[in-house]
Write a protein that binds this ligand. Structure first.
Ligand code: ATP
Length: 518
């Protein structure tokens, strides 16, 4: 199982490069670790995901407006937010392999393995007992399951306590006590655990001293908090209301070995929703449900998502869940929904000396609003879509064996919506094909291709997820009809040229995706 999944990630990385989705940064200089560039198809996919998010959050919620704050911010912002003091990960080195890990992740992976063992026992039981299998009873009585579960509960409770107390010694002790080994080499020769701050620093101006130190923002949220009053006043917003933003964030991640899942420069789509104190739990539920629906609405498969409750709440949060996605590496965080109380605004009041409050006319008093945040990684969404839509299909025909790789990307997000081909490069077909191409390009991102056989051209478009291919042939010259082939069914039908915009529109437009969500 693990190997099949590793293989899938490798295949996706290779495919993403070959078809112009994602390249390693500075590749000709052997790359820069955990930094990636998006190629011609990658940038289209990314832009379409942004559009889906932006429209669903901003256009479809009357009380949400947008913002584009700068990456650089006053350094005191990061003192107020707690990032200077506490944006740390516990780091541990393996003395033999010289590899560096996050201590918390080593323990979490260990717990996931124990869980997998339990699931395996249950699967065995189900096979053995068939129809009469009672999972609950099996969990309560099977000696193997009981033994592993006991161990899991022990690790879990020690882990949660150590994380909550920031107890680095205990984190190391858990790793030692349970014999957790370097996943790459099996060595158990570990250093102490140290805290490591994830913020990148740089200098402003020409004098390099402590006073000119600035940070690359590690999250986009703070740009929203410090603009709370500006936005509320100028957009004449009343609580409850939200501010949405898409932008780059930077984290000096300790372990960055999982392609675009964990990058040092990445993009977030965040929305901070300001509410009356005491109503935050209702809004937390609303946003949890809405965001899960947003994901499932893409049609990649409901079983690929699950909600994970946090074991350790951040110092500012009073509720938090992750929406996890089944990546090739297993279920991992794709988005976080956090109830952040009034922590951020209060801290900025304290550090800036400015009032960041809302006068509530119904209560006839002012307060610092509470905040519910939705925060999703754009790059992780790209990886989720690529991994769920990558398919290898057997398309053998009339004794000829053939395989195709097709990306079944939701059509509204597909980089190229349609490709136009003249059947042959003569007899006036390219001229007609160009006309069709020129007609469609005003509405959609379309491609024009005349090289290679039609079959090869189909395969190339399948590989980047193009929903439609349109072929101009000799019959077109007579009756203005073309064949249009649909990506998933590979079905071809003949239609009039003037019907094309409508046919394509129906399947690829963003509005129908949004309407399904409403
Ligand atoms: P993790 O536990 O995986 O490090 P996090 O809990 O620190 O993530 P948040 O601070 O909640 O993440 O950030 C919100 C979202 O930003 C995450 O759900 C994820 O999609 C994305 N994200 C965070 N760190 C990275 C990264 N290094 N590379 C790519 N995306 C990231």
């Amino acid at each position: 199982m693990a190997n099949v999944q590793d293989d899938l990630l490798k295949k996706i990385i290779a495919h993403a490069k070959e078809y112009g989705f994602i390249f390693q940064s500075s590749e000709i200089y052997d790359g820069l670790s955990a930094v990636y560039d998006y190629g011609p198809n990658g940038v289209e996919l990314k832009n379409n995901i942004k559009e889906y998010w932006w429209k669903s959050m901003v256009y479809m919620h009357e009380n949400i407006v947008g913002l584009d704050a700068a990456i650089f911010m006053h350094p005191t912002v990061w003192k107020a937010s707690g990032h200077v003091d506490a944006f740390n990960d516990p780091l541990i080195d393996n003395k033999d392999s010289k590899k560096r890990y996050r201590a918390d992740q080593l323990i979490e992976d260990f717990m996931a393995k124990l869980n997998a063992k339990i699931e395996k026992e249950i699967a065995k039981g189900r096979k053995k007992f068939g129809e009469s299998f009672d999972e609950q009873k099996f969990r309560e009585t099977n000696p193997n399951v009981l033994r592993i579960q006991k161990k899991l509960d022990q690790v879990h409770s020690r882990y949660v306590q150590a994380m909550n107390n920031n107890d680095l010694k205990e984190l190391r002790q858990i790793i030692i006590d349970y014999g957790i080994a370097d996943p790459e080499t099996g060595s158990k020769n570990w250093t102490e655990v140290r805290q490591f701050n994830l913020m990148f620093e740089t200098q402003f101006g020409s004098v390099a001293d402590e006073a000119s130190k600035v940070y690359l923002r590690p999250e986009t949220a703070q740009g929203i908090f410090v603009n709370f009053l500006n936005v509320m006043k100028t957009a004449r917003m009343k609580v409850p209301f939200g501010i949405a933003q898409i932008g780059k964030a930077f984290r000096n991640e300790i372990v960055a070995r999982q392609f675009i899942f964990r990058m040092r420069e990445f993009e977030q789509m965040e929305m901070q929703f300001f509410v009356r104190p005491g109503t935050e739990m209702e809004w937390f539920e609303y946003w949890k449900n809405y965001r899960l629906k947003w994901h499932k609405n893409l049609g990649l498969g409901d079983e690929l998502y699950r909600i994970h409750e946090h074991d350790k709440l951040a110092h500012y949060a009073n509720a938090a869940v992750d929406i996890e996605f089944r990546f090739p590496m297993g279920f991992k965080e794709l988005e976080g929904i956090h109830s952040r109380t009034n922590y951020d605004l209060s801290r900025h009041e304290q550090f800036s000396g400015k009032k960041l409050q809302y006068f509530d006319p119904e209560l006839n008093k002012s307060y610092v609003p509470y905040v519910v945040e939705t925060s999703i990684g754009l790059d992780r969404t790209v990886l989720a879509i690529l991994s769920a839509s990558y398919m290898e299909e057997d398309v053998s025909d009339k004794g000829q064996t053939e395989k195709r790789v097709v990306l079944k990307i939701p059509p509204a997000l597909a980089p190229v919506k349609a490709a136009v081909f003249p059947l042959v490069r003569k007899d006036g077909l390219p001229e007609v094909a160009r006309k069709v191409f020129n007609m469609l390009r005003f509405k959609f991102n379309v491609a024009y291709e005349e090289k290679d056989s039609i079959g090869r051209r189909y395969r190339r478009q399948d590989a980047i997820g193009t929903p439609y291919c349109i072929t101009i042939d000799h019959q077109t010259l007579q009756d203005d009809t073309v064949t249009i082939r649909e990506r998933d069914s590979m079905e071809q039908i003949r239609v009039k040229i003037n019907q094309l915009p409508q046919i394509i529109e129906q399947r690829v437009n963003m509005s129908s995706l949004l309407e399904k969500l409403a």
